[in-house]
Design a protein around this ligand. Structure first.
Ligand SMILES: [Zn+2]
Ligand SMILES: [Zn+2]
Length: 298
């Protein structure tokens, strides 16, 4: 049985289900295996439309955990091709077929996404041939962002994509999800990015990555300092939040080394007054005239 645990409630007015877009954090982690923080993936729902942003490790497990049989999840957006954001894709696709998904799955991603899809399809050809009659299975229908317009529409949901700034990765994207007059921005993996700032100014919810460490680890670790260059540190984040001023900020894909979430929040709150929390796996957010956050626990 699914229980809903109410955590916080902001800006209350009357709202109906169809007026709400829902975001569920299936995984909030990084490449490092962690049972409490599976790989990055967010499920977006409104009406009959279900969309995934990234498909990290354990996406299928989490979907099953919340009672989702994948049948409506027909559109997937990939932020970039680092493995932590795509490693769940083959599992999601093959399990969709196991559960007799009828429709093909649209995968939108950076340049290279078609090759990735082709390679996944080739890799599992033996399994597919064994299980299904010729052509009678759901396929990956992949396209890169440079072949698409600036925005893709799914019912009342509009997904816009823009390049962020993820170190040497040229093809890395963030997303702006619009629903009626509401908007949610997902930074993707990025350092300080003007494009993220432009997208996030005045948005309702900003889902942003962060990197932080103890001073000792930072000072003594060359490799860590290099990793910092491709992600957003606390000072950069404070600057971004003070410029964009979202109604709510949710920190996601947090690379924390020798520092706790509460210490990171304390540092940010010294210089930024807005609402800010860390994402947790299975945390769900309804955005309508109000923002409500709850955990889905089976
Ligand atoms: Zn990542
Ligand atoms: Zn990355």
């Amino acid at each position: 049985m699914i229980k809903y645990f109410f955590i916080i409630f902001l800006i209350t007015t009357n709202t109906f289900a169809s007026d709400v877009i829902n975001f569920t954090f299936l995984g909030t982690g990084t490449p490092r295996p962690n049972i409490d923080k599976l790989g990055p993936s967010i499920l977006i729902k409104n009406s009959n439309h279900e969309i995934l942003l990234d498909v990290g490790r354990g996406t299928s497990i989490r979907l099953n955990q919340i009672g989702n049989n994948f049948s409506k999840v027909n559109n997937v957006y990939i932020s970039h091709l680092h493995y932590d954001h795509i490693i769940g894709l083959a599992d999601f696709w093959l399990t969709s077929n196991l559960w007799q998904k009828k429709e093909n799955i649209n995968i939108y991603g950076p340049k290279g996404i078609k090759k990735l899809c082709q390679n996944i399809t080739n890799s599992y050809a033996e399994d597919i041939n064994y299980r299904y009659e010729k052509n009678n299975y759901s396929k990956l229908n992949c396209d890169s962002y440079d072949n698409l317009g600036m925005t893709v529409k799914h019912g009342k949901i509009n997904v816009e994509f823009f390049k962020n700034s993820h170190g040497h990765i040229e093809e890395s994207y963030g997303f702006k999800v619009r629903f009626k007059n509401k908007s949610v921005v997902y930074s993707g993996d990025t350092s300080y990015s003007q494009n993220v700032i432009d997208a996030a100014k005045g948005c309702d919810i900003l889902i942003h990555e962060v990197i932080a460490s103890s001073k000792k680890l930072y000072d003594n670790n060359d490799k860590l300092r290099k990793v910092f260059k491709t992600h957003t540190d606390i000072n950069q984040l404070i600057k971004i939040l003070n410029i964009t001023n979202p109604k709510l900020t949710i920190l996601n894909h947090a690379l924390l080394f020798g520092i706790s979430e509460s210490k990171v929040l304390n540092k940010i709150k010294k210089e930024y007054n807005g609402d800010i929390i860390f994402a947790k796996d299975l945390m769900s957010v309804d955005l309508g005239n109000e923002i409500s956050i709850f955990n889905i626990i089976k």
